[in-house]
Design a protein around this ligand. Structure first.
Ligand code: SF4
Length: 220
């Protein structure tokens, strides 16, 4: 439990980190997708792979006219795995995509608007009930496709927070998320961009080995 002055200083620090990242990297305009449906597919495909590989898989799905609920419901898991092969773990990801689509079709007639009509917490519970959808994937869909205010925690977020003494390695996903929810205004646009800023600083400076010299949050 943090004291009031510690809490105030944490709020300032989180706000300052965001401003410094934004100044350096500019608004990131995430998620890179043409539709909420594409966000959901991308959120599943991006597990354990780079975004470049996800883009190749999505290009294949578009070329095969398969980037919609009806087509992904119709296609066999084997054919889907072939299309998304560039994303890696393609057999597992094909099953996960099918699980998501089956839920979407069976409970919402294939409509994301219907799925997203529930409250944030109800939607999160529903997404997490789908086999193969974990917290980061569910929260990415909730924030970037459903436009509801939830902070997405990824490996970069965790790394930056640990290296700046904000969260120890023992703090779990929900604990890290609570740090943002408890200290920032609930703001979809800011949550959206803050997460993307962590991706930017993580891929440019804060990799497995920190390259702090010249990093926008050096000394914070
Ligand atoms: S590279 Fe260094 S300064 Fe930059 S976020 Fe990581 S730990 Fe912080």
């Amino acid at each position: 439990m943090r004291s009031k002055p510690e809490q105030d200083s944490l709020k300032l620090k989180l706000g300052m980190i965001y401003r410094l990242l934004l100044e350096r990297f500019g608004h990131r305009n995430w998620w890179p997708a043409e539709s909420p449906f594409e966000v959901c597919v991308g959120a599943i495909l991006t597990q354990n792979t780079s975004w470049k590989n996800v883009e190749k898989a999505i290009t294949n799905l578009k070329a095969a006219n398969c980037l919609d609920a009806v087509s992904l419901d119709d296609i066999s898991a084997d054919d889907l795995a072939t299309l998304i092969r560039p994303a890696g773990y393609f057999n597992i990801k094909a099953k996960r995509l099918k699980n998501f689509i089956t839920r979407l079709v069976s409970h919402h007639g294939g409509s994301l608007d219907s799925m997203f009509a529930s409250s944030l917490q109800e939607l999160r519970i529903e997404l997490l009930s789908i086999n193969g959808i974990g917290k980061e994937t569910a929260d990415s869909m909730i924030l970037y496709a459903a436009n509801k205010p939830i902070f997405v925690v990824d490996a970069y977020t965790r790394r930056v927070l640990e290296r700046h003494g904000i969260a120890g390695p023992e703090v779990d996903y929900d604990g890290i998320q609570a740090i943002f929810h408890g200290n920032l205004k609930e703001d979809v646009a800011m949550f959206n961009d803050y997460h993307a800023q962590f991706v930017a600083v993580g891929s440019s400076y804060c990799g497995r080995k920190a390259r702090c010299s010249g990093c926008p949050v050096e000394g914070m």
